[in-house]
Ligand binder design. Structure first.
Ligand code: SF4
Ligand code: ZN
Length: 420
């Protein structure tokens, strides 16, 4: 393992070797948890005159003033300015916070946006680590890695609960919604290029994601806009432009350009990849898919399981059993890893008939995606409340009961051609 040491003025070590470090409840001094209290992490583009470079401010209590073992709010706003800075780069920089904060010895970070979770260990606290040091790490790393676009950087960290609530609801959430809406208005047809992503080749050497406006990376963390920004920030980096000038079959989403790109970026391991089919040359999967979709032969449909779901599916397999058939950068027709937001896409399995093939999903995932999925079903097929027709674990975890339920609901998949 290569250990990259960066010189940052903090009382504990900072190195990639600490990235996988887990801090147990009994070892933690304090915790910040976006799923329970108001938290946020945000990059905000400002005018250079509004920023004092390297200024780090903590608004609210420091760790000393927090109860041992307590759950608290935190919201950090990293203000940046630079003549080449664009708001499109904000999410790309934000996505690195997870990595930066995790590299601190005795500090642990998961999640993103307003759902991050941070733990600071007793050992780090005893060594003198404080919240202001998170600001120091964010400042140094952003200046180090994004020097092409960030000239000045200032960090404000809020721990005052009322301020965190204000930042989360009045600043962060509207920013995230604006970003998501920009993407929602883009279609695969409306853009001139797609992007490859090979960030996961460290673990899956032949894996290539093709990221389009209507099909985000299977990890759920790389949208077309993010891939575009990543390419602009680092033209020789993990995201490369894929032209789409030579379509082979628009229904399947196959292009000579895409085939050439996946051949090149997989070092010849892949020859053909389609964007919209689960049966013919489906996209490969690495290991970090948010969801897996697999065919369910009795209903002519597909079952989707998300990573958080630990129970059984009507395929007779759990998520991890499905994952063992799907990952590793190989093509497995009938199984496909994908991001959560792809489920409501008009391009989801378009070649096989689209979302009307979806017959089962865990209840929690169904609720998460319901609003968008129902809107797509209404638009594509004129179906109201489509999610009511989709089974979940409270209805069935075996194919017979599931088909009974689908028949009762008049689910459209039952009338479609078999997929194999
Ligand atoms: Fe990139 Fe795909 Fe890996 Fe996400 S899953 S980081 S899009 S290669
Ligand atoms: Zn991956």
């Amino acid at each position: 393992i290569k250990i990259k040491i960066t010189n940052i003025d903090i009382p504990v070590a900072f190195a990639s070797a600490f990235e996988g470090e887990i801090i147990r409840r009994k070892d933690m001094r304090v915790e910040f948890d976006g799923s329970r209290v108001d938290c946020a992490e945000l990059v905000h583009t400002c005018d250079a005159s509004e920023i004092e470079d390297h200024k780090i401010t903590v608004v609210g209590p420091e760790v000393d003033e927090m109860e041992d073992g307590s759950k608290n709010s935190i919201a950090y706003v990293v203000k940046v300015a630079g003549k080449n800075m664009q708001p499109d780069f904000e999410p790309v920089i934000e996505r690195k916070f997870h990595n930066y904060i995790n590299c601190i010895e005795g500090v642990y970070h998961t999640g993103q946006r307003d759902m991050q979770r941070i733990r600071i260990s007793h050992a780090a606290f005893d060594a003198g680590f404080r919240i202001k040091h998170i600001g120091e790490v964010l400042y140094t790393q952003v200046k180090n890695e994004f020097d092409a676009v960030v000239d000045k950087c200032e960090v404000v960290i809020y721990t005052d609960p009322a301020e965190c609530t204000r930042i989360r609801h009045e600043v962060a959430i509207p920013t995230f919604e604006k970003r998501d809406d920009r993407l929602a208005n883009l279609t695969d047809e409306s853009v001139d290029v797609y992007y490859s992503c090979i960030l996961c080749q460290a673990f899956s050497p032949s894996h290539v994601c093709v990221v389009t406006p209507e099909r985000l990376g299977l990890c759920g963390a790389v949208s077309w806009l993010d891939a575009k920004a990543t390419n602009e920030l680092d033209p020789n980096g993990p995201c490369q432009v894929i032209t789409k000038e030579r379509p082979i079959n628009e229904e399947l989403g196959s292009y000579e350009d895409v085939d050439e790109a996946v051949q090149k970026f997989s070092q010849g391991a892949l020859e053909h990849v389609t964007l919209y089919s689960i049966m013919q040359d489906p996209m490969t999967s690495c290991g970090c898919f948010e969801c897996i979709c697999g065919i369910e032969p009795f209903s002519n449909g597909v079952v989707i399981a998300n990573r958080e779901y630990a129970g059984m599916t009507p395929l007779g397999m759990t998520f991890s059993e499905m994952a063992s058939m799907t990952g590793g950068g190989v093509q497995t027709p009938g199984f496909m890893g994908h991001g959560k937001h792809f489920i409501a896409s008009k391009k989801f399995m378009k070649a096989e008939g689209g979302i009307e093939r979806i017959v089962w999903m865990p209840k929690e995932l169904k609720e998460f995606i319901a609003e968008k999925l129902n809107a797509t079903a209404k638009e594509l097929y004129g179906i109201d409340n489509f999610t009511d027709m989709i089974g979940d674990e409270t209805v069935a975890t075996d194919p017979e009961t599931l088909v009974g339920f689908l028949t009762e609901k008049g689910h459209p998949a039952l009338g479609l051609d078999p997929m194999m």
